[in-house]
Design a protein around this ligand. Structure first.
Ligand code: NAD
Length: 444
């Protein structure tokens, strides 16, 4: 599945038309290849606050080279600004002071990360100033250009050392299609640390269960979790058994074929994971369907089916796995929502309800989970798969261009985001919904 427009604009005729007609000209995004350093270039660190002093050391653990001063003529692959020291509204101008001189010194696909304090945990002018950071980062994400991304990471007081896995993700090409996002770090359980012995195989020894794993985004999730060291147990419907077995054989994984809406599906999944693998560390609820129709033409069967597959099944399966204690300590539950669940979409009342419900699912569990188990979700935008190949051409073109990257994302972009949540070093990343949408103009 490819982006034909992107191929066209890099041809000689395409280049000419882009120049003369002002057509969008998407940058080829950097993507991560196993074995690469996380950042191919230098990161400049600035700002003042709770993290500034420890940042160079943290980046060093990740093998990322950093400097503290801008040098004449140098280009930077990343900028990290500690804004936790901004405690009054007047101090917000420090953002302009730091970033403006650097905006023309960024390499393509540069990464910008601003670190703040969760506004809800402070008061008065500090609360106002910290909330203002959202508007700053989201706007910078829309103007950085050349495949660059900008994120805001709110780090709760006392969790300064828990930012490692998040910095590794947000500064690397793994976050190619994630921009304008706000991530919250602050664990509910401190007994499960943020340290990792091997950053190249963070999931070694882990069992990862992925639904809808025979193709599309689910297949890529299985591949990336396998790359990171996990043993993958893929699930899909019996009709997709051949494709599923093929993928799982390739990944030295295990499989299970059933319809997740079957009444006994939660029990069968729990039994399989417990008996064959002694439990599960990572549960990814990826299987999903669309059955689009305007509400005026909708039937109860179709409306209900979408809700059953996308929302009820993840809820029931998770409840069973938790009740039976099948999810191991420091486990990960990961939902797949959609930007349709945030912004709504024409013809998608059932799909958007199911996907907004996935966000509700995260909210309902985030404060209740014990033993370092976390719950988070991704909300993909336009990802080039068989699901989106079925979208009519004009709608598809609009979907692909209406974002800060002027292109659709790839399944691997969703998978990398899930791998970041899945890392044992991400215990402090809980209750988040991160969009993988190239900063789509729709919604927040
Ligand atoms: P896809 O149709 O290519 O794959 C979905 C997989 O889920 C298939 O293998 C299918 O057999 C499986 N599945 C469907 N119903 C099932 C059931 N009842 N039991 C077990 N397995 C079942 O779709 P995709 O594009 O790879 O999407 C994966 C997820 O990402 C979905 O949840 C989708 O809603 C979400 N998503 C996709 C996009 C996109 O642009 N492609 C955007 C936002 C969200």
């Amino acid at each position: 599945m490819t982006d034909k427009y992107q191929g066209f604009v890099s041809s000689p005729i395409g280049k000419l038309l882009v120049k003369n007609l002002g057509l969008p000209n998407p940058t080829k995004l950097d993507r991560y290849t196993a074995g690469d350093p996380l950042v191919q270039g230098t990161v400049l660190v600035g700002g003042r606050g709770r993290l500034a002093e420890s940042l160079p050391g943290l980046l060093d653990v990740l093998g990322i080279a950093s400097v503290g001063e801008q040098a004449e003529g140098e280009k930077y692959k990343g900028l990290v600004f500690d804004a936790t020291g901004i405690t009054t509204v007047e101090q917000l101008v420090e953002l302009q002071g730091f970033f403006t001189p650097l905006m023309r010194s960024l390499e393509s696909c540069a990464r910008v990360v601003v670190l703040g304090t969760p506004p809800g945990l402070v008061e008065g002018s500090e609360q106002i100033a910290q909330r203002a950071l959202e508007g700053f980062t989201r706007s910078l994400g829309k103007e950085i250009g050349k495949g660059g991304t900008v994120q805001l990471v709110y780090v709760a007081d006392g969790y300064e050392d828990s930012v490692l896995s998040t910095l590794g993700f947000l500064l690397s090409p793994k976050s190619a299609y994630v921009s304008g996002q706000v991530v919250r770090i602050g664990a509910h359980d401190e007994t499960h640390g943020s340290a990792l012995a091997d950053w190249t195989a963070p999931l070694a020894g882990k069992i990862a269960f992925v639904t809808g794993a025979s193709r599309g985004i689910g297949e890529e999730i299985a591949r990336v979790l396998h790359r990171d060291g996990a043993k993958v147990v893929g699930l899909d419907v019996p009709q997709a058994a051949d494709e599923l077995v093929k993928v799982m054989n390739e990944l030295d994984g295990d499989w299970l074929t059933l319809d997740i809406t079957a009444p006994d599906a939660p029990q069968r999944i729990a039994h399989h994971l417990k008996e064959k693998h002694g439990g599960v560390d990572i549960v990814v609820h990826n299987a999903g369907v669309t059955m689009d129709k305007k509400l005026a033409n909708q039937t109860p069967e179709r409306f209900g089916k979408v809700l059953q597959i996308n929302l009820e099944a993840p809820e029931r399966i998770t409840a069973e796995l938790l009740e039976q204690g099948v999810i191991n300590a420091n486990g990960r539950i990961i939902g797949v929502a959609s930007i349709a669940g945030i912004a709504g979409n024409l013809g998608q009342t059932s799909y958007a309800a199911s996907k907004a419900g996935v966000i509700g699912f995260v909210d309902s569990l985030a404060d209740k989970l014990k033993d370092g188990i976390t719950v988070n979700a991704v909300a993909p935008g336009f990802i080039i798969t068989q699901m989106t190949a079925a979208v009519p051409f004009a709608t598809r073109e609009v979907g692909q261009r209406l974002n800060a990257m002027s292109q659709g994302g790839l399944p691997v972009d969703v998978a990398e985001t899930i791998a970041w949540y899945a890392s044992p070093a991400s215990t402090a990343v809980n209750g988040n919904v991160v969009r993988v949408c190239g900063q789509m103009m729709l919604g927040a």
